[in-house]
Design a protein around this ligand. Structure first.
Ligand code: NAD
Length: 360
């Protein structure tokens, strides 16, 4: 099969980290028989500049036709004054909604070589390997009614609605249990069932799903406030954590920081067909854009996730991940992870080093 991959470089450091990642993809095509048809399209501010809109119809059409999408990042000060519906970030939200990307997989993995880069003590985080599965298209971010209204006494009141239907909980639950089957077979479901009815249903549905379809997976439950505390107290207790959109938003950023550098972390957003969009968790980093110093490893590791989750090539995923470990062992570091005694390299140099280090 020829994999159809759509590449959306985006803004700021997006084109730099994507071009370093394409060096790795080129190597897979050239030397490991991986068949790919690669297309490029604009999104975010770059799309606003050429078409007046952050998500042109043609970009969304190509995304629908692709097996997987690789995204750099969007946004930047140049477009900050635009109306909300024209802002670059709307391009991202449009892709998530248009492709129905309901499952967000965010690994928090700390390479032992970088343990000193974390703000937590090395023994607390060394060898951390945690996967957060966040529901991405429901919850209070999308629930109706929402708005700001004026009360009878003239005071303004803001309101949003937390909603989850059984089918939404079941489909994200299945992604979490399937993910756990490929790892250590443990899922921790995070909710606030002691206070919120919507998450009480979440807990009931997760429990029933585990009993009926995943008896081989160990399921535990944790309130979100405790989960936040446990993430910084003893993060290695978790294997897969599954949670709702808002709780996942907060917990996944918290988990990301355990690993020291935002430039290292990949993510996948998947739909029911297993198609997905793959991107580093960071933004367009306008403060360092155009200088060739951004860390491309989060994007390169997103390519590895693409191989595993959408393109059915866990062998290539493993090869790319091993290559990243190899260059870290060699002491190569971009500026954000550079420490005394290691060799500082630029974005393109890092991409070339990973590409050269791939073995399958
Ligand atoms: P950011 O993630 O872009 O940057 C935060 C800090 O991390 C900066 O100091 C930056 O230099 C550094 N950083 C980020 N990625 C790095 C990398 N690969 N290598 C080295 N250093 C890196 O967040 P921000 O500054 O809050 O946002 C900048 C823009 O990105 C905004 O317009 C924001 O809306 C947008 N944004 C986009 C996405 C996305 O495309 N998914 C996500 C978050 C923010």
């Amino acid at each position: 099969m020829t994999a159809k991959i759509l590449v959306l470089a985006g803004d700021g450091i997006g084109p730099e980290i994507v071009s370093a990642t394409l060096m790795v993809l080129d190597r897979l095509v050239r030397d490991f028989g991986f068949a790919a048809e690669i297309e490029h399209a604009p999104v975010g501010g770059a799309a606003v500049d050429v078409s007046g809109r952050p998500l042109p119809d043609e970009t969304l059409r190509l995304a629908h036709a692709a097996d997987a999408v690789l995204l750099g990042a969007v946004g930047g000060p140049k477009w900050d004054a635009l109306a909300p519906e024209l802002r670059p970030e709307k391009g991202l939200l449009g892709l998530r909604a248009g492709l129905d990307l309901f499952a967000n997989l965010r690994p928090a993995l700390l390479y032992p070589q970088l343990a000193a880069a974390s703000t937590l003590r090395a023994e607390v985080v060394a060898d951390l390997d945690l996967m957060i599965v966040r529901e991405l298209t429901g919850d209070i971010y999308f629930g109706q009614p929402r708005g700001v209204r004026v009360l009878d006494n003239g005071e303004r009141q803001g309101y949003n609605t937390m909603v989850y239907s059984e089918s939404e909980i079941l489909r994200i639950g299945r992604v979490a249990f399937e993910t756990a089957r490929r790892r250590q077979s443990r899922v921790c479901s995070v909710d606030k069932a002691n206070v919120l009815e919507a998450t009480r249903l979440w807990r009931e549905v997760m429990t029933a799903l585990q009993q009926s379809e995943y008896p081989d997976i160990e399921l535990s439950h944790m309130y979100v406030d405790n989960a936040a505390m446990q993430l910084v107290r003893a993060p290695k207790q978790f294997d897969v954590m599954v949670t709702s959109n808002m709780f996942g938003d907060i917990l996944s950023d918290c988990a990301a920081m355990l690993t020291g550098s935002i430039g290292m972390l990949p993510s996948a957003s998947l739909n029911a067909k297993g198609r997905g969009m793959y991107e580093p968790i960071h933004g367009s980093a306008p403060d360092i854009a155009g200088r060739g110093i951004a860390n491309p490893l989060g994007t390169i590791l997103s390519l590895a996730m693409m191989m595993r989750h959408s393109l059915g090539r866990p062998d290539l995923a493993g090869g790319v991940e091993a290559a990243v470990r190899k260059v870290l062992d060699q002491g190569l570091r971009t500026a954000d992870i550079h420490t005394a005694g290691t060799q500082r390299v630029g974005t393109a140099e890092m991409g070339a080093a990973v590409a050269a280090a791939v073995t399958i």
